[in-house]
Design a protein. Sequence first.
Length: 278
Amino acid sequence: MPGFTSRDDLLTELTTNGKRDEWNFVKTVPNTCVVGQIDSLWLGVGNPGAGANPATTPGVAYISDAAAIVAGSMWFPDRSTDLRFLTAFGAVSSQNGSLILYDRLAGVSGVTITSTGAKTVNSAALDRFSGTAATLNECWWEMTTAITTNSLTMNLGAYTAADGVNAQVGGSVVTTTANGTAGKMIPLPFTAAKQGIRSVEAGLTIGGTAPAAGAGNVLIVRRLATIPLLANIWNEVSFLDDVFGLPQVFDNACLGLAWLANATTAPIIQGTVRCVYG
């Protein structure tokens, strides 16, 4: 059956049978950074190249493979009926910070935030990490147009949690104009009683006094790994030795990167994603 019966079996598949997938990436953060804020590398140049914003409601469920490559994504060939797992994630950056590897599951663009109240999102059904497997999925706001004049107060107003219960309401988050520049990614809180997310419905609510300008994308993502980086020093986590967790990287995965900044200068980041399948 697919998968591995033991560590030795995994190593045999990796070494003797050559069942490995690898992507060497280099990306430049495309925006001025804000210390303590997450930046999207999706539109950054490099390898992979710059991506694009998703479609408007109902957006897109991201599927990236050789038959339909999503611009901006790291992707691997389909390996069915084998299963693929992340074995290592390493990188070096020109600035201090933390690098996040995630699977971009769904996105809806063109959500404006210049008026208060509920904004219709209605995200598409997920291709993977769906149903009860959505427990660790997150919802992120990806800023495409900077907010001006007023701070942004927002929350998930109607979404479906991993257990299938809909009409859930998440906690509010406030983003100032200084922190709400283009490219920033803001994780949106869930209700305290539920984990994960399957979809967002009529679901993004703007409170307080709305900004004079601002727009963005609502994303559902699955965070796979995070590594801290000191400037110009390579760091790598091994999921075989350091963290025995082996996150699964499905066929059709649409892998992206995000940067948690510790300096305002936008860095250049180089690294490697390594997987094994069997």
